[in-house]
Design a protein around this ligand. Structure first.
Ligand SMILES: Nc1ncnc2c1ncn2[C@@H]1O[C@H](COP(=O)(O)OP(=O)(O)O)[C@@H](O)[C@H]1O
Ligand SMILES: CC(=O)N[C@@H](CCC(=O)OP(=O)(O)O)C(=O)O
Length: 284
């Protein structure tokens, strides 16, 4: 539930935003910590259905790293990360695909449908949405980069009134499946759709001047400022690929990219429909 203060803020500020974003495409990357808690998940789902019901074209690209960890652990398969990416051998790839495409994707579809939306779950393979290529380093295995996006399949679903839910698993040209980081997939999909916004839900308030202090949130920044924060090592660790993914999508025509805390109740509505927002907004 929104607090009384937030409810008044959203209601009084939302209408012009709703009018200006109606018919525009918003790509939401949902994953990681923001997915762990069932009641938070229900809140995110309700916000997604609300945004779709007021005429925004919502595309959800999801991760599910913690769920993959859980199943690898149950199957006794060790997992390790290199520069934030999961080292993916053939056995790990099978589990990644089963968990993301089979489990996380269908759970999100089902939750959205129960909340009154009409979701269709797909992965990079469906309609050749994403073609993958190897990330490069041999030791990292079947970790992929996005080689090409054929966004027709998403546009067709959006035009039919559906909410596409996309898993970041895709084949290369020979049919070999690859594990693509969900932030990366979301950024490239947003760019190919010429999206109004890319929104990354994570577990920190946004881009912080001091990563340990959420009161140092930077609410708005340009591509240049974002690059300089990386150079100064103010943006570090897992935040680097997120910021770079935002920068790449902005450079390819996305109007604004947002990094927000998916654990804040109704973070999506507050970020999109209020003047102050709750996280960091990057623009070209
Ligand atoms: N300047 C910064 N602002 C915010 N977070 C930062 C910053 N620099 C480093 N980080 C770290 O980046 C993390 C977010 O990346 P990550 O854990 O990979 O997110 P997710 O699991 O949602 O994909 C934060 O939890 C924080 O520890
Ligand atoms: C290559 C790589 O690391 N892929 C990720 C894909 C899922 C993901 O990105 O999930 P989150 O958004 O929840 O972290 C993985 O295997 O965990």
């Amino acid at each position: 539930m929104l607090s009384d203060n937030d409810r008044v803020k959203v209601l009084s500020e939302a209408l012009p935003y709703i009018q200006s974003f109606a018919g525009k495409t918003i790509v939401v990357k949902y994953g990681g910590a923001a997915m762990k808690d069932e009641s938070l998940k229900a809140g995110v789902i309700r916000d997604i259905v609300f945004m779709a019901s007021v005429g925004l074209k919502i595309v959800v690209v999801h991760g599910g790293g913690p769920e993959i960890n859980h199943w690898l652990n149950r199957l006794g398969i060790e997992t390790q990360f290199k520069n934030g990416l999961r080292v993916t051998d053939a056995a790990t790839m099978d589990v990644v695909e089963m968990v993301l495409v089979g489990r996380v994707n269908k759970e999100l579809v089902s939750l959205i449908n129960q909340a009154g939306g009409a979701a269709v779950g797909i992965c990079g393979k469906d309609g050749n949405l994403v073609t993958a290529r190897p990330q490069g380093e041999a030791e990292i295995g079947f970790v992929g980069e996005v080689n090409a996006v054929n966004a027709d399949v998403i546009s067709t679903l959006l035009d039919g009134g559906y909410i596409p839910i996309v898993s970041s698993v895709a084949d290369d040209e020979e049919g070999q499946p690859y594990n693509i980081n969900a932030d990366t997939a979301a950024g490239e999909i947003a760019a190919s759709l010429d999206a109004e916004k890319l929104i990354l839900l994570t577990d920190t308030a946004g881009i912080l001047r001091d990563a340990k202090d959420s009161s140092t949130l930077i609410p708005q920044l340009s591509i240049g400022e974002a690059r300089s924060l990386i150079e100064q090592q103010i943006v570090a660790g897992g935040m680097i690929p997120k910021v770079l993914c935002c920068v790449r999508s902005l450079a390819q025509g996305v109007n604004a990219a947002h990094i927000i805390d998916g654990q804040v109740p109704h973070a999506l509505l507050l970020e999109i429909f209020t003047d102050a927002g709750v996280g960091s907004m990057l623009t070209a």
